[in-house]
Structure formats: C-alpha cells, structure tokens
Design a protein around this ligand. Structure first.
Ligand code: ATP
Length: 419
C-alpha cells in the first residue's frame, strides 16, 4: 500500500493504461471549466491504495454527470453510452471505460428493492456504499485535488484487511452485498469484520427479496474471479448459498473439484460451475433452482443432467472400454455436466475417459457424408444414416482412419446391409 501523504494522483496515473490517463485528465479539465467537481471513487481508489492495476475508473460528479459525459464524448469524438434511469454514462477509449455518475444519496423503500436516488454531495454518496474499503474518493481537481476522502475509515480497514459494512441495516437494504462481501474477502485475502459477519448471518434471509437476475449477476461476477472456490466456500459457510436455494451446496471437496475443472479445461471450466454448485440437486428441484438464479437454457440443461450423469459414473470405471462404448455412454449429456463429473470423480479411469471424450472423441466423425454415399450408389433413406453410424464406430475404435479406409468400409456395408 502507498504510504500516507503519497501523491495519490501521480500513483493513479501510473496505474492507468495510456487511454485511461488521457480520459481522466480530460474529465478533470472539463469538470473544472464547468464549475463541477469530479472524484475518482470506489473500486479504483481501493485498488490504487492496494497498488493494483486499474482496468476501469468510476467518476462521481457533484453536478450533472450526464452533461459532463456528453462533453467528454464530444471532445473525443466518441459516443457516451447513457443510462438515464441510473443517472450514469460510460465513455470509452480503446478498451478503457470511464463511468460517470452524479453524486447521490439513496434510500431503500423496502429490502432488496432498487433504491430511490436523489442528487447529493460526495460525502453522502460515499456513505451510501457497501463497505468502507469501497467508500473512498480522490478529488481530481480544485482545492482538494489529490486528497483522499475517507469518511468511513476505509484506508484503515484496507491496512487491517477487513471488509466492513457501513451500518447494521446494510444487508437488509441490499442483500446482494452478502455476495459482494465474500467476493472481496476472497479476492484480497481479507476477513469480513466480526459485526459485519454477524449482520450477514442475521440478515441472510433477506436474499429472498433479491431478484433472480441480480443473484445471477453476482454469481457471474464471482465466477470471473481467479479462484471463485474461495468465495463460494465462504458463502456456504455464511449460510448464504442455502438461503438462496437449498439445492446450492459447496464444501471443500467441491472447492478442490472446481480447481480440477480449471486444470482439465481452462476455457470450459466456467460452464461446470453451476452443475458443480448443484451437484446434490434432486430432479424435482431443478426447475425452482433454475428460476431462482435465473439460469440460461443451456445452464438449466446442464443442471437437469446432474442426477443422470452421476448415475453413469459406475459404467465408466472399467479399465478397458472401447471408445465407441464410451461415446455411447456419455454423449447424451451436456459437456458442462460431463466436465463436472470428471472434476468430481475419485476414479482416474472415469476422469480419463471423459477427458478423452471432451478433448477428442466428440469431434471424431467420418470424413464421408451422405452425399458421398449417394455418389457411391446408395439410395436415399435410413440406410445412409446406419452406414455413417457404423463408420463412426469403426473410426472411434481405430479400425479405419483414412478416407480410403472409410470408402472401403462404406462399400462393404452398403453391399451387406442392402441385401
Ligand atoms: P470490482 O473490482 O469488483 O469491479 P468495484 O468496487 O469497482 O469492484 P462495482 O460493482 O463496479 O465494484 O461497484 C462500484 C462501486 O459502487 C463499489 O466500489 C461500491 O462503492 C459501490 N457499490 C456497488 N454495489 C453496491 C451495493 N450493492 N451497495 C452499495 N454500494 C455499491
């Protein structure tokens, strides 16, 4: 962490990519010319104090952020993407995004509802935030230029490694903060403060008031973490997973398997996270779970297959099995659920077979197609499908490899089967 009194803005510019530097510079100039004050706030300030790279920057403006965003976009000859319902706008340069929002204060009419928003000062704006470490700002210009605004003790909490909510009603107002707390704790290797932990346990039932879409969004952000298992384990141990749906379960075995899924299939591992969380789901729970966490259709299918895929494990333990037999057993099921079984099983025989299927066998098809068979004199009808199927089996089992092999086999099969 940077020492107190260090020049925060100089550090900020050091951590920004070049496109970000010029955007932040221009927004400061424009704000000051219009008599507004602009602050960097939230995550980027936290990451700045931690010395982490800054990928995006959030700016709070005391005054109209949308007009300022429009001027900035004009200056850069780009379009500002406006979200008028939230009073926010995004201006991009290369892959860098600057989010601008009008300083606001919020009140919650009922737990879990989106807050009613009114214009406010930077101080009020910081006090409405989730955790002290996210409730800091740095002024970009004016008399407080470069000063750290930290009304809730965020810098001290960063130094101590504590995630602390700002008041005891915080999770009742917005229970998605429970998922956020676990995420920050896991990402930074911090600890949720003891009061905050107690408030989470007391108020986790307010997760009921959060829509499926918002819950889903928080899980997606969790899955994007380098090691989501740390966060999921914590959510389980805070009782938050169960509070969302009783079929969501996670323990240290699952955490290990989640790491294994990543090793087995780096790009595909994320597709295994939902079936892994739902590894104990019962068939009758699938629909309520899918709707509670707003799953996409393919995610729902990957969960629906969980009980069936668990049941095929015992068919895959034999050491010697033909490839065609492996394909017959596993191919009816989604790749995501199969990868989950590969990650969960204790049998290396089962794991190796599924990996062989996912990496190679599922893409191993004959080079010949129906048109080739027609050209060889086959007549239209089910025979063509049967022959192609037999060629695939032979190919999977290594009995044919070249096109010439396939053609010889096709000729023989067409002769035998049309007799
Ligand atoms: P990350 O590194 O995960 O993106 P971030 O702090 O930038 O972290 P965002 O979700 O982009 O996270 O939110 C931006 C800021 O808005 C947060 O730093 C926090 O101050 C505030 N915030 C976000 N969600 C909430 C919430 N549910 N309740 C209160 N404040 C929130």
């Amino acid at each position: 962490m940077s020492p107190p009194g260090a020049n925060l803005l100089a550090n900020l510019f050091d951590l920004l990519p070049p496109a970000g530097r010029s955007l932040v510079d221009q927004v400061a100039t424009l704000a000051s010319e219009s008599g507004l004050t602009a602050y960097v706030v939230g995550g980027p300030v936290r990451d700045l104090l931690l010395g982490r790279d800054l990928l995006d920057v959030d700016i709070v403006v005391e005054g109209d952020a949308l007009t300022l965003a429009a001027s900035l976009a004009d200056l850069r000859s780009v379009k500002a993407v406006r979200h008028p319902q939230f009073g926010t706008a995004t201006v991009r340069a290369d892959r860098f995004a600057l989010d601008l929002v009008t300083a606001r204060s919020e009140s919650y009419e009922r737990p879990g509802a989106l807050p009613s928003v009114s214009p406010g000062t930077i101080d009020r704006d910081l006090r409405r935030r989730d955790f002290s470490v996210n409730a800091m700002a740095v002024a970009l210009h004016g008399p407080r230029r470069g000063e750290l605004l930290d009304p809730t003790g965020g810098e001290a909490d960063l130094r101590a490694g504590v995630i602390r909510a700002l008041h005891e009603g915080s999770f009742r107002d917005d229970a998605t903060r429970i998922l956020r707390a676990a995420r920050y704790e896991a990402r930074f290797g911090f600890q949720i403060g003891s009061d905050t932990g107690a408030w989470i346990r007391r108020d986790r039932t307010y997760l009921d008031a959060i829509s499926g879409a918002r819950i889903h969004h928080e899980f997606v952000r969790t899955f994007e973490e380098a090691e989501p298992e740390r966060c999921l384990l914590r959510l389980s141990n805070l009782g938050a997973l169960k509070a969302i749906h009783s079929a969501l379960t996670f323990d240290s075995d699952r955490a290990r398997s989640l790491g294994v899924a990543r090793l087995l299939h780096q790009r595909g591992a994320r597709s295994a996270y939902w079936p892994l969380l739902a590894w104990s789901v019962r068939p009758r729970e699938v629909e309520t779970l899918a709707s509670r966490v707003a799953l996409r259709r393919s995610q729902t299918e990957s969960i629906r297959a969980v009980p069936k895929v668990r049941a095929i494990e015992s068919h895959l333990t034999k050491r010697l099995m033909r490839n065609s037999r492996i394909v017959e057993v596993v191919s009816p099921y989604p790749a995501a659920t199969l990868l989950t079984l590969a990650a969960m099983t204790e049998s290396s025989e089962v794991r190796d077979k599924i990996v062989r299927y996912l990496r190679r066998l599922r893409r191993l098809w004959p080079v010949l197609n129906g048109d080739d068979l027609l050209a060889m004199g086959a007549s239209e009808g089910p025979l063509i499908g049967q022959v192609l199927k037999r060629i695939r089996v032979a190919k999977l089992d290594g009995e044919v490899s070249s096109r010439a092999d396939e053609t010889r086999l096709a000729e023989r099969l067409l002769r035998d089967l049309s007799r």
